[in-house]
Design a protein around this ligand. Structure first.
Ligand code: ADP
Ligand code: MG
Length: 241
């Protein structure tokens, strides 16, 4: 369902150029749970923005369910984001003065769905994400970090996206709460067959996924898990870059 071929990304600010991705290729099948792991500055967020249709690559192609996302207009990208991708960020981006339920209903505004229907979908998503029902009407600033992240996961699920993209989703959580959130992703993958891409700089976090794509300096060095791990690059930068 996801096919990334030889993607590069160069940022240009005045005279300053940064080659954030240097030719990245992989495919991810429906129902996989993949971690993209690498140190700070390795290009993870850049890759996530491209996979999330928030940005386009400088060169290379990205297909999501037969759509060539690398060639779409801004309007078409917005449509892909709205209908096919659920985002979970490190900084949860919830509305603090709105209830958990309202926060999860929000993405459905675009779906032109009656309020009752939106509420039904939001409750189902909150249940999948594992938030206790007695928290649904709490303001998000009255919830714990772990509960807030469950709301954020529910919000990512609510429009039934093909793909869930999570960028450092446990970055602001203590390790116990982080484990619970990672368990939620595992359950969504195993029981609900959700395709999940988890971005992290921590190996312990990445190991919750079934496959780890290891990225450094904008290149994939390793892909796979355990004995099926493949070395893709030796990590040496090509000269002149
Ligand atoms: N908008 C931008 N403009 C210029 N350089 C950027 C921009 N975003 C990221 N970079 C640079 O690209 C490289 C990769 O960054 P990023 O994708 O954020 O890495 P990571 O998420 O792995 O920490 C870094 O050198 C970073 O400074
Ligand atoms: Mg990042």
């Amino acid at each position: 369902m996801i096919e990334v071929k030889n993607i590069t990304k160069k940022y240009v600010n005045g005279d300053n150029e940064t080659q954030a991705l240097r030719g990245v290729s992989f495919t991810i099948k429906d129902g996989e749970f993949v971690a993209i792991m690498g140190p700070s500055g390795s290009g993870k967020s850049t890759l996530m923005h491209i996979l999330g249709a928030l940005d386009t690559p400088t060169s290379g192609t990205y297909h999501l369910d037969k759509h060539d996302v690398s060639k779409l207009s801004d309007d078409e990208l917005a449509d892909i984001r709205r209908n096919r991708i659920g985002f979970v960020f490190q900084s949860f981006n919830l509305l603090p003065r709105a209830t958990a339920l309202r926060n999860v209903m929000l993405p459905l505004i675009y779906a032109e769905m009656p309020e009752k229907e939106r509420m039904k979908h939001a409750k189902a998503a909150l249940e999948s994400a594992g938030l206790d029902e007695d928290r649904y009407n709490h303001m998000s600033n009255q919830l714990s970090g772990g509960q807030v992240q469950r709301v954020a996961i529910a919000r990512a699920l609510v429009n039934n996206p093909a793909l869930i993209l999570a960028d450092e989703p446990t970055g602001n959580l203590d390790s116990h709460t982080g484990d619970i959130v990672l368990g939620t992703f595992q359950r969504l993958n195993k029981e609900h067959q959700r395709t999940i891409i988890l971005i992290t700089h921590e190996r312990e976090v990445a190991e919750h996924a079934d496959r780890i794509i290891y990225i450094k300096d904008g290149l994939i060095l390793e892909d796979g898990s355990g004995h099926e791990r493949r070395i893709i690059n030796d990590g040496k930068r090509k000269s002149g870059k």
